[in-house]
Design a protein around this ligand. Sequence first.
Ligand code: GUN
Ligand code: ZN
Length: 438
Amino acid sequence: MADKNTKILRGRLLTFSDTPNGPDDTGAYYYEEDGALLITGGRIEVRGRYEEVSVSAPAKTPVEDHRPHLLLPGFIDTHIHFPQVQVIASWADQLLDWLNDYTFPAEQRFADKSHADRIAGAFYDALLSHGTTTAAAYCSSHVNSVDAYFEEADRRGMLMLGGKTMMDRNAPPALCDTAQASYDDSRKMLEKWHGCGRAHYAITPRFAITSTPEQLDAAGSLLKEFPDCHLQTHINENPNEIAFTRELYPDSAHYLGVYESFELLGPKSLLGHCIHMTGHELHVMRDTGAVAVFCPTSNLFLGSGLFDKAGIEGAGIRTAIATDVGGGTNYSLLRTLDEGYKVLQLQRQRMHPLTSFYWVTLGNARALSLSHKIGTLDPGTDADIVVLDARATPPMALRMETAETLSEELFVLQTLGDDRAVVETYVAGKRQKSRIPA
Ligand code: GUN
Ligand code: ZN
């Protein structure tokens, strides 16, 4: 019996199977000028040339024709803060002042479920209008925020990762839990949400400064009990943060050693920033398989420093890219790629546009160990798709008059594009962007 949501999406398809080494590396990506996807039951069933796909589809399958736009896998944001929707664009000094002056006050309001619900609606509207279909987010330290976060994701059918932020010191009392309460609440939320629909729970100790050793130990116990879950935290973002961490954990040889000693590191550990890494830390990162998450707009906004992609990847460490809103300044992964490109240019590391679009799709899916479900247009995966228009604004259209290759088009999208270039966002095969009021 045919699913009533069976449909064909027609357009120019682009999806990756590996990191491309430039445009000639056609084994690493699939591009089809007149392509189509047959979608049924929220999944991609067939991918190919439009003529072939339409023949394989049931009679009278509706066609949503997006030509001449590009269809890519939905963007994946591997590090964002759900309670910082009203913190973005706050004029502050560097990390620790920004946290104390803006972030911690804003996060306190998430004790109130109705506030968390309202912001969750706005948060998902922002993600979807910018073409992001999956994100890994920090909620606040309140269970209400975790419920609001996953309830709204569930309503929209989105694959989201997230968890209660664990923090028991160096923050206002209204945000602080205790080691035991953070364990109990995280466990309660994990058991409630992990595997419910498309939800994935991420154990979330904020960073070493806001956790006692007892709390990091509790986070390590949870990870041992639920090894299928992710763990997310921050590291080596800012010199003052690093100095304070060394005071709080004088017995650790280095910052990463703190997390290592509580057994927080593994292939599902997502470590935000990783800017000021020592040689020892690089070795530990590589050996554990933990992921270094690059947050370019945040790193520039907070003056944190330059992420050394070549150095980190050269050391054998897995990487991801993310917005880090509200330290980050835009929900758009196109804007994020643009700023990331500039951060790398300053270090004489030039990222090819095909590598950029690999990174925000399959690259980030691999970093999340979720590439069997998301991040490609492969048959059998979830139909989370973004439709992009490289002529969305007059300056883009003018520049596109002289663009001759796919790589040039992608570079225009990354350099000049934002939510205006996102024509549509599909979640599990359903249109989402066009439902959001302008
Ligand atoms: N380190 C600890 N908490 C945060 C946060 O909310 N944002 C950023 N950028 N860094 C952090
Ligand atoms: Zn962050």
